[in-house]
Write a protein that binds this ligand. Structure first.
Ligand code: IP8
Length: 246
């Protein structure tokens, strides 16, 4: 199975709250049809989730003096709104998919639902969300990718981001790494991490990627703003970064 994460910075305008990039998502949905085996899709939250989670400090557990119950309701509503928009584009492209939200609690039931959907021959679509397991928290799509790679038969992982791959030096496209091992990733903290991101941006992604390669999957990081790159990565030709076993 191939697990694909559609990054929040690609499917939304990160600088404009709750603005969906319809045309980009539509194109990516069409490119996803190039997969010739089972797929699991994860998407990030972008500006549908990060600003709200930050406003209500949902990544910090219970914080006194903030109406976090309202924050939980608002944040979950906006990520669901984004998910519906993504699902609409996937279905329009001909992908038979159903949503599997991690909300409210990330447990074995969640993994069971993912397996059930896959067993029916459907594509599960899951996403970064707020959780309410005793206290509020945020689960990132990157962490969900890591979970999928460790608990489901995932052979390949593709991160669709808004940069060309992983850079050896932050923000420096000239230092794009074509292929590397998890150990080399230690030195490769990069790119798009901003104060509006409650789940650590590229730094969090690099951590998840290392874990996934250690779980046995091969990982690709590609630029989803460049037409055709997702399609080619699905067919085995990665223009971007490949992270492989040493
Ligand atoms: O965009 C974050 O998921 P990510 C989810 O994959 C929320 O980091 C609600 C901020």
């Amino acid at each position: 199975m191939i697990a694909v994460k559609l990054g929040g910075a690609v499917i939304t305008h990160k600088e404009h709250e709750r603005q969906f990039r319809t045309r980009v998502t539509r194109r990516l949905a069409r490119e996803l049809t190039a997969a010739d085996g089972p797929l699991a899709i994860v998407h990030g939250a972008g500006s549908f989730g990060h600003p709200q989670a930050m406003q209500y400090q949902l990544h910090r557990g219970w914080v006194p003096g903030i109406d976090q119950r309202e924050g939980i309701a608002v944040t979950h509503a906006v990520v669901r709104d984004l998910n519906l928009r993504v699902m609409r584009e996937l279905r329009a492209a001909g992908i038979a998919c159903t949503a599997v939200p991690p909300f409210p609690v990330l447990n074995e039931g969640y993994l069971h639902h993912l397996r059930e959907v896959l067993d029916l021959g459907l594509t599960p679509v899951t996403f970064g969300d707020v959780l309410i397991d005793g206290q509020p928290s945020i689960v990132s799509g990157d962490y969900l990718m890591q979970l999928l790679a460790s608990r489901l038969p995932v052979q390949r992982v593709i991160f669709v981001t808004n940069v060309d791959g992983i850079y050896a030096r932050p923000y420096d496209p000239a230092t794009l790494i074509g292929e590397c091992t998890p150990a080399e990733l230690e030195r490769a903290l990069v790119g798009d991490s901003t104060a509006s991101d409650v789940t650590a941006g590229m730094a969090g992604k690099v951590k998840s990627i290392k874990e996934m390669v250690y779980s046995g999957a091969e990982v690709a990081v590609i630029n989803g703003n460049k037409p055709g790159r997702l399609r080619s990565a699905l067919c085995g030709t990665v223009t971007g970064t490949r992270v492989v076993q040493p």
